[in-house]
Design a protein around this ligand. Structure first.
Ligand code: MTE
Length: 318
């Protein structure tokens, strides 16, 4: 089999980013590194010094969602991220300092009873936060196990009151080229968009994360609010959401728009279905050299396999 030698799952940064932007980014990284020495940052972590919801953490753990493996130490998961808005390398932590997470408003619209906007702090305080331990499997064949804090996506759907014609939920990341240097690259179809069927969104596992490791989300994890769908490849878990729409047609998602043969709408984890350029049979556990077998639906088949009855003709695992 011919395997193209590429780091990660896309094109290298020096190709993805015009040189001027790349140089700007390096300057920004330099500036951010300077800041890191100051009082704004704890080691290995980029976050708002005074998060208005900090008093809600740590939230009570929901023991229904536990793990068969060790949690990934924060020092590894907080320093190995995909957040293309801030660069295509894994070390986006310093660049993600530029993400301004307050004020932060989320628009809820499309096919709903009545569109509305809500401030992220008001939304978080409306919900009873809980902690859940979830596995996370990136399409690049690395994985981690993380204690997310947040609330079920079904609660957000309930608040939005979708109309009867709505079949999908679409979620979008902010669009701000001045703040996010990666968004100056014309090679990507910004803003980052993801979506689920309403049946998937209603599944108990679909989660909206506002925190991780017992604290509000650090910027590089997708502050202040992101999706977590642990039975799907990680690219479905859209970060830093500003817009939620209920729609009748299947959303055109960010990676599908770029390379639909490699990154589809469904993207359910399956060790038996290889990515066109690499096997998905095993995964590297972040923070170790260990490779472990990948599980169908990332180990959550009991909870989610039923969602796909009758959809066997779809490309469920790409
Ligand atoms: N959301 C946005 N807006 N931008 C991104 O680049 N990367 C995705 C997903 N959500 C991404 C995103 C990918 S590929 C993965 S694997 C996860 O976020 C990574 O989440 P983590 O950095 O918290 O591990």
């Amino acid at each position: 089999m011919h395997i193209k030698r590429r780091h990660g799952w896309e094109i290298p940064e020096h190709l993805a980013t015009p040189e001027s932007v790349f140089l700007d980014r390096r300057a920004l990284l330099g500036g951010a590194a300077g800041l890191a020495v100051g009082s704004l940052l704890a080691p290995g972590r980029a976050y708002a010094a005074a998060d208005p919801t900090a008093d809600l953490y740590p939230a009570k753990r929901n023991e229904t969602y536990t793990l068969d493996r060790a949690l990934t130490p924060e020092k590894y998961s907080a320093d190995y991220n995909n957040f293309y808005e801030f660069g295509t390398s894994k070390t986006v932590l310093p660049a993600a300092n530029a993400l301004k997470t307050r004020p932060w408003t989320i628009q809820i619209g499309g096919l709903v009873e009545k569109p509305f906007e809500i401030g992220v702090d008001e939304l978080i305080r409306k919900m009873a936060l809980e902690e859940r331990l979830y596995r996370h499997r990136c399409v690049e064949a690395w994985s981690m196990s993380v204690p997310w804090t947040g609330f079920p996506l079904s609660k957000l759907v309930g608040l939005a009151k979708p109309a009867s014609g709505a079949k999908y939920i679409q979620m979008e990341t902010f669009l701000d080229k001045a703040m996010a240097p990666g968004q100056r690259s014309f090679l990507y179809p910004w803003p980052y968009v993801e979506g689920l069927t309403l049946e998937e969104a209603a599944n108990d596992l679909a989660f909206v994360a506002t925190g991780v490791y017992g604290k509000p989300l650090a910027n590089q994890f997708g502050a202040p609010i992101r999706l977590v769908v642990p039975w799907k490849y990680g690219f479905k878990s859209v970060k830093s959401i500003v817009k939620v729409s209920f729609v009748a047609e299947r959303p055109k998602t960010f990676w599908e728009g770029l390379q639909s043969a490699e990154y589809g709408f469904w993207a359910n984890v399956n060790p038996a279905v290889s990515h066109p350029r690499w096997s998905q049979a095993t995964e590297r556990v972040l923070g170790s050299d260990q490779r472990v077998p990948t599980l169908i639906y990332n180990g959550y088949g009991e909870q989610v396999a039923g969602l796909y009855k009758g959809l066997e003709k779809e490309r469920l695992f790409v």
